[in-house]
Design a binder for this molecule. Structure first.
Ligand code: NAD
Length: 543
């Protein structure tokens, strides 16, 4: 907008509202929940700034209340993917020609709208559509997404400011150009903030995007689109296509103009996408950037010096908040025998206090799991835990889908550290514990490192600095985000850049400058003020 080197407002993490009784935010959110529950919405696609309806719709219902109809989603097909890609390509030249600062204004406005009038709307949508409690919705769809918008602008400025050295008579410049082509953003159901960040981070860097939201989170995605519109995002910069995931994603992956994939979701889906990109390599105009943050089987490893009370709370919050449906959720624990009796009793007590039910009732700590497939997967594994001679269910162990998809917070102890419950990502409220003899710490650390293919988050609990050093060294590649005396969930943008290695993803650290680097293809420009005018070099002169 201005011919000046501008500085955006310094980002500060959005404060988390308490929603305590009597607070204004609680009243606003309750009102939003009431009005939204009473008025189902018609959810179109959004292509080239236009709402696109096919009439072929699917119902959206609340996971914790089958009788609550939230809306109808119009289902698109490959034809709509091609419309979206063409719209993205048409929009790219004008969008990429804007300065980073001009693009940033739109996302800073989105942050303000979300901190203000959209806060209760997006939180309400995430509660009703994804069964998050008020607190879980607040830290996701409000605070984390606001932080993504504000911090990414700050990182974009950093990238634009980072310039090479220039020697005498020369000016070197680096221009952070966007990628050529379109970026596919495919987003998971479990975080509205991720759904908002995956299409907007590449867009901030000048790219245009085809966004495929999760079929299990189309309700909050609808309100995200409303937010983008009100923030002033130009037509065609982000285009939303809904429908059967495989054909939509494949139509994008098969297109010669695919410039990048910004994915968060399960490991098998990302691996299938990567294979398809590999098979298509010869047809692309450039090498697509593949960014995928995927599954986890996140550990908590305790030492005998651990503070048992802190450990118990971290395990219960880490394993059961949002029904264990966080990629970072604690799902396997390694506990020394000396503290297990005390810890087990405390865990069983705390789990006994957990209330589960409709998240509109603010007394509940847990809601329902996201849908039928997830409910079935949890039920099957809980039955396995009950039937296996190597496992014992210490708490929970019940599933009930009469009213909604409810799975009780479940604690399992196993005698087999390689049991499937210690290895497989289940993405639900089940924590499996293996108790190791105190003297076998080294063996237990080796098992923790090698049992699962993932390496996303992990936590160490100890008051002994020597153990913390040993364990963090031994588990160096077992987690991209390691926590010391804290639960393995709850990464904050700008504070704990998030992502893991091995089967957990490309570790491009959402919420940091590292992620934004993936969405640029820099151009180096050298201007020579005194170009040479003679072919001969001095060394060629006669002696
Ligand atoms: P998912 O893999 O089922 O879906 C992710 C996206 O891929 C959705 O948009 C979905 O519609 C699409 N998809 C599904 N099947 C597809 C197919 N066959 N072909 C093409 N696209 C397909 O994941 P989910 O259940 O929505 O999310 C949970 C998963 O995401 C868990 O594995 C979790 O660990 C992971 N996750 C990881 C992070 C992280 O930062 N590492 C964050 C959140 C979630």
């Amino acid at each position: 907008m201005l011919d000046a080197i501008v500085s955006p407002p310094l980002p500060i993490n959005e404060p988390v509202f308490s929603y305590a009784p009597g607070s204004p935010e609680r009243a606003k959110l309750k009102e939003a929940l009431r009005t939204m529950s009473a008025a189902p919405v018609d959810i179109p696609m959004w292509i080239d700034g236009k709402e696109v309806r096919t009439g072929n719709t699917l119902e959206v219902r609340s996971p914790h209340n089958h009788s609550l109809l939230l809306g109808h989603v119009h289902q698109g097909s490959v034809e709509h993917v091609h419309m979206a890609i063409e719209a993205a390509k048409r929009a790219q030249a004008d969008w990429a020609a804007l300065s980073w600062a001009d693009r940033s204004g739109i996302f800073l406005k989105a942050a303000e709208l979300l901190a203000g009038p959209y806060r209760s709307v997006l939180n309400g949508a995430t509660m009703l559509g994804q069964s998050k409690t008020a607190h879980q919705a607040e830290i996701d769809s409000a605070c984390e997404l606001i932080d993504f918008f504000r911090f990414n602008v700050h990182y974009a400025q950093r990238i634009a400011s980072e310039q090479p050295q220039s020697s005498a008579g020369v000016w070197n410049m680096l221009e952070p150009r966007p990628l050529e082509g379109f970026v596919l953003a495919a987003t998971p159901f479990n975080f509205t903030a991720i759904a908002g960040n995956l299409p907007t981070a590449p867009a901030l860097m000048g790219n245009t995007v085809v966004w495929k939201p999760s079929a299990l989170a189309t309700y909050s995605a609808y309100f995200l689109v409303e937010l983008f519109k009100e923030a002033g995002l130009p037509n065609g910069v982000i285009n939303v296509v809904q429908g059967s995931p495989e054909p939509i994603v494949n139509a994008c992956l098969d297109h010669p103009d695919l410039a990048g994939v910004h994915f968060t979701g399960s490991t098998p889906v990302f691996q299938t996408m990567w294979k398809r990109v590999g098979a298509n390599m010869a047809r692309y105009k450039s090498y697509p950037r593949l960014v995928g943050e995927t599954g986890g089987k996140d550990f908590v490893f305790a030492h005998r010096s651990a503070d048992v009370e802190a450990l118990a709370v971290a395990l219960v919050r880490g394993a059961y908040e949002y029904q264990g449906q966080k990629c970072s959720a604690a799902s396997r624990a390694y506990i020394p025998a000396s503290i297990w009796p005390k810890l087990r009793a405390r865990l069983v007590d705390l789990i006994g206090e957990i209330k589960m039910g409709d998240v509109s009732d603010f007394r509940n700590f847990m809601g329902a799991v996201i849908g039928e497939a997830s409910f079935r997967r949890m039920d099957e594994h809980i039955q396995l835990a009950k039937a296996s001679s190597e496992t014992q269910v210490l708490a929970g162990g019940t599933c009930d889908k009469t009213k909604g998809f409810f799975v009780a917070p479940t604690l399992v102890e196993t005698t087999n550290p390689a049991h499937v419950l210690m290895e497989r990502e289940l993405f639900g409220p089940l924590l499996c514990v293996w108790v190791y003899p105190d003297a076998d710490e080294e063996k237990a650390l080796d098992l923790c490192d090698s049992t699962s293919p993932y390496a996303l988050t992990g936590a160490l609990f100890s008051q002994d600095r020597g153990f913390l050093l040993r364990a963090s060294r031994r588990l160096r590649f077992a987690a991209g985000n390691l926590y010391i005396n804290d639960k393995p969930t709850g990464a904050v943008v700008g504070q704990q850049p998030f992502g893991g290695g091995r089967a957990s993803g490309t570790n491009d650290k959402a919420g940091s400058v590292l992620n934004l680097y993936r969405w640029i293809s820099p151009r180096t420009v050298k201007e020579n003020f005194t170009p040479p005018k003679s072919l001969a070099y001095p060394f060629m002169t006669d002696e």
